[in-house]
Design a protein around this ligand. Sequence first.
Ligand SMILES: Nc1ncnc2c1ncn2[C@@H]1O[C@H](COP(=O)(O)OP(=O)(O)O)[C@@H](O)[C@H]1O
Ligand SMILES: [Mg+2]
Length: 181
Amino acid sequence: MTRNQTPQASSKASMHQHCRQEAETASLAKLLAASIGELIAQSPQAHLNIALEGNLGAGKTTFARHLIQSLGHDGKVKSPTYTLCEPYLLQSRKHPFTAHHFDLYRMRSPLEWQEAGFAEYFDMPGLCLIEWPEKAEGTLPAFDIQIQMEAGAEENERTIAINAFSEQGKKVIDNIRATPN
Ligand SMILES: Nc1ncnc2c1ncn2[C@@H]1O[C@H](COP(=O)(O)OP(=O)(O)O)[C@@H](O)[C@H]1O
Ligand SMILES: [Mg+2]
């Protein structure tokens, strides 16, 4: 994938998880949500950019849905397939923040996200979750976290890798690791 900022070796951290069923994917999304919630409670102005990568059907929208609901959204999380972006207003210990969930698969040109006025979402406290970031061909702001999903041999099996590309992203992954099982 094209990226506009080369990850620094010193701030790289990653974790891998083998999920045998969707419930395990949901558990991982829940751990990530708790860690993000903690970061926002500590740094209410923080913004995280999260790339969601993987083939069609890998589970990107499913992961995003569990993550957004675990962050406190009490309702449906619909796929932004046609709208390109769906917004959510959330809270972490009384600090309001936004989650913008993108699916850039249907963009007709790499800069359509800017033309649609989405650039400001990348400066708001909270997070941007982006499916198919590669469609923007490196024009998006740098990512803090990259989530790669891959199908396994069994129907409901997925491998999920979470990589950090910034100190903030690394903090989020370190928090997940520190969570007791
Ligand atoms: N372990 C799993 N993790 C995530 N999704 C799973 C898993 N097992 C089965 N699924 C199913 O796979 C499908 C993934 O679809 P979706 O999330 O829309 O994929 P994508 O957004 O990557 O195209 C969903 O129907 C989901 O219920
Ligand atoms: Mg999807």
